[in-house]
Design a protein around this ligand. Sequence first.
Ligand code: G3P
Ligand code: CA
Length: 297
Amino acid sequence: MKKSFLVLSLILLTVSSFAQTPRPFSIEGHRGARGYVPENTIPSFKKALEQGADTLELDVVITKDGKVVVSHEAWFSSLISLDKDSNRIPADKQRENNIYKMTYDEVKLFDVGSIGHKDFPQQEKMKVAKPLLKDVFTEIAKFVKANKLAAPRYNVEIKTEGVAGDDVFHPKMEPFTRMVYDVIKDGKMLKHVIVQSFDVRVLQELRKIDSKLPLALLVGNKDGIEKNLERLGFVPDTYSPNYMLVNAALVAACREKGLKIIPWTVNGVADLERMKTFDLDGIITDYPDRAVKVFKR
Ligand code: G3P
Ligand code: CA
């Protein structure tokens, strides 16, 4: 009798301590720490980790020689890029500087940090190239080890230009997703990565490749969660809406479906404070330091 009472008490204690454990909350550095260091570069990822981000959000595209490069656009944006001769790229010519039509040896001659970014006045200017995804994994692993930081998770966004971009700015979905998956797998990062996309075709392909890989559906439209999930055809790990779309009903719908909800890209302190009033699983921000201040106090 006494023994069974003890066992029951232990079970109840364990269950209640689990019930009280808050869900982990993730602070994701958007393109690293874009507020302070040029986006989607190794220095930006290091800065995000120094500021307390636990996840690095980044975007990937493909080169002519099949390399997976970290870049928001499949071309060199006129906003941030200098070409190999250090010339600015006119806005109406930026898409002609198509990364999918260049080898990585050509890509790495472009400088994406020296002119800064007009929307991020605090951003440090530095000569820096777009890195390969595999090199980000390697360099960040060395950095966290040397600085006794926790190893981050990665939120890898596969960017597409839709069907019209297939074979123009990127491969078709099957080879595109396979190339990214192989880099993640070869880097032994499968357990540390979530892959996100606005393009449902990307997530559908990845699910076929590896049904265990966590996936996030990015949403910027006002169609609603039901329509967006219907378009995708399955329930992913995470629903990632523009933060302007977040409200109590959306959070409740995510909870009801067993989805995590991680909005993007929340930069202002007032917006971060507003996001804190919801039961979210994380936040994506260009200013990890601000998010740490708001969410970890
Ligand atoms: O992480 C989501 C967010 O990055 C989506 O927007 O355009 O910055 O890639 P974008
Ligand atoms: Ca992104």
